[in-house]
Design a protein around this ligand. Structure first.
Ligand code: XLS
Ligand code: CA
Ligand code: CA
Length: 443
């Protein structure tokens, strides 16, 4: 294989919590069996092509600070191939099993649809060949239906039906590619599916269009026999002021309305949760309760900035609770932990990219180990069980199952002269229990 900027890095190894090697895993012991299977199968880590290989460090006040060698390696197709070589090499260095991509990250776009698709398939075939020679697999594929100016008024929600058709063609080909590469999921994030001003927006019409589009995607999945999951990624704002897929609860309502709640799950991102005024664990617990947890985009925002900064995670408290709710929801299944996170614009060296992932992987692993341990020990779950124990009585179960009418419940309450007494919520006791678990080593 051609040399890449990552060729000089040896593969990052697990060295244990006492290791002082900054490029070793302290907690991510991929083969360690926890809750019946190896850590690598619980977490299914993925490197995001866009942030790690396409992002140039630009922000609204300044241009590119990150200049990777593949950005100047011959024509656009040659550049895409050198970029792919580097991507596979980074996965080798990090020893992580998956990657994820948008069409626009891997191959050059053209003004014509036909040429854009031809470029795309050329690079998909190249990735296919590379995958046959490496361990790296595809967690998910997706289409970038937000960067080009043709999408400025929306993708499937665009007032122009030709934009809807362009998106249909693009998504069809991206789904074909995801299936060709053995992807586990296909993701739809509605980048510009929302509006900047209601003054020029027919919301009812746009929601119909979006529902139709998602139904077409699900129909096509079954037509081609794609066995992966279809995932919608909620985000409340940015780039539009009002995005239709605001959060998990909103997406669930939308799926119900179009009869897709058993077909589509959610890909949840930490930074999108906080933009929606939620915690990451809230979004995961909501998806778990509704039975639609699909996959995770692991990152964090900056509470002092308040926009989608997509930083690598560093909040052990929130991540441990997130992993707790993942386990309670039955795990990630075909989903995984995708690092939808980018290095800061001053971190322009290839080494920065390696450090960023090593830290993120280790934090997730540590969080998962602590969450698994918390569940195995059982004290926390026992407190919760105890809090709801009253609902286990036959009379309470009958109320819950719809076997009692409002009048029957009222009559019994009056007859029994019930007088519920306040109970402690034990919040501080629970916080102490969790702090001990989270801030001590997970074994
Ligand atoms: C942007 C989103 C995007 C999706 C995939 O904020 O996080 O990267 O994950 O289109
Ligand atoms: Ca994301
Ligand atoms: Ca984001």
């Amino acid at each position: 294989m051609a040399d890449t900027v990552f060729s000089n890095f040896s593969t990052v190894k697990f060295e244990g919590a006492t290791s002082s090697n900054p490029l070793a895993y302290q907690f991510y012991d991929a083969d360690k069996v926890v809750l019946g299977k190896p850590l690598s199968e619980h977490l299914r880590f993925s490197v995001a092509y866009w942030h790690s290989f396409a992002m140039t460090g630009g922000d609204p006040f300044g241009g590119a600070t990150i200049h990777r060698p593949w950005m100047a390696a011959g024509d656009a197709i040659a550049q895409a191939k050198v970029k792919a070589d580097a991507a596979f090499e980074l996965c080798r260095v990090l020893d992580l099993p998956f990657f994820a991509f948008h069409d626009a990250d891997i191959a050059p776009a053209d003004e014509s649809l036909g040429q854009t698709l031809r470029n795309f398939h050329t690079i998909v075939d190249y990735l296919d060949e590379k995958m046959s020679q490496s361990k790296t697999k595809l967690l998910w594929g997706t289409a970038n239906l937000f960067s080009h100016s043709r999408f400025m008024a929306g993708a499937s929600t665009n007032p122009d039906p030709d934009v809807f058709s362009w998106c249909a063609a693009t998504v069809k080909h991206c789904m074909d590619a995801t299936m060709q590469l053995g992807g586990s999921n296909y993701v739809l994030w509605g980048g510009r599916e929302g509006y900047e001003t209601l003054l020029n927006t027919d919301m009812k019409q746009e929601l119909e269009q979006m529902g139709r589009f998602l139904s077409l995607v699900v129909e096509y999945k079954h037509k081609i026999g794609f066995k992966g999951q279809i995932l919608v990624e909620p985000k409340p704002k940015e780039p539009t002021a009002h995005q239709y897929d605001f959060d998990t609860a909103t997406v669930f309502g939308f799926l119900k309305r179009f009869g897709l709640e058993n077909e589509v799950r959610v890909n949840l991102e930490a930074n999108h949760a906080t933009l929606a005024g939620h915690t990451f664990e809230h979004e995961i617990a909501t998806a778990g309760a509704l039975g639609i947890l699909g996959s995770l985009d692991i990152n964090r925002g900056d509470p002092l900035l308040g926009w989608d900064t997509d930083q690598f995670p560093n909040d052990l408290w929130s991540l441990t609770l997130s992993m707790y709710h993942v386990i309670k929801a039955g795990g990630l299944g075909l989903g995984g932990c995708n690092f939808d996170a980018k290095v800061r614009r001053q971190s322009f060296t290839p080494e920065d990219l390696v450090h960023a992932h090593v830290g993120g992987v280790d934090l997730c692993a540590r969080a998962f180990l602590s969450a698994a341990n918390l569940i195995e020990e059982g004290q926390y779950d026992a407190l919760l069980t105890d809090r709801y124990a009253g609902w286990k009585t036959p009379e309470a179960q009958a109320m819950l199952r719809g076997q009692r009418s409002l009048e029957e419940i009222a009559a019994k309450a009056e007859l029994d002269e019930i007088c519920p007494l306040p109970q402690s919520g034990k919040q501080e006791r629970i916080e102490n229990l969790l702090a001990r678990k989270i801030y001590t080593l997970p074994y």
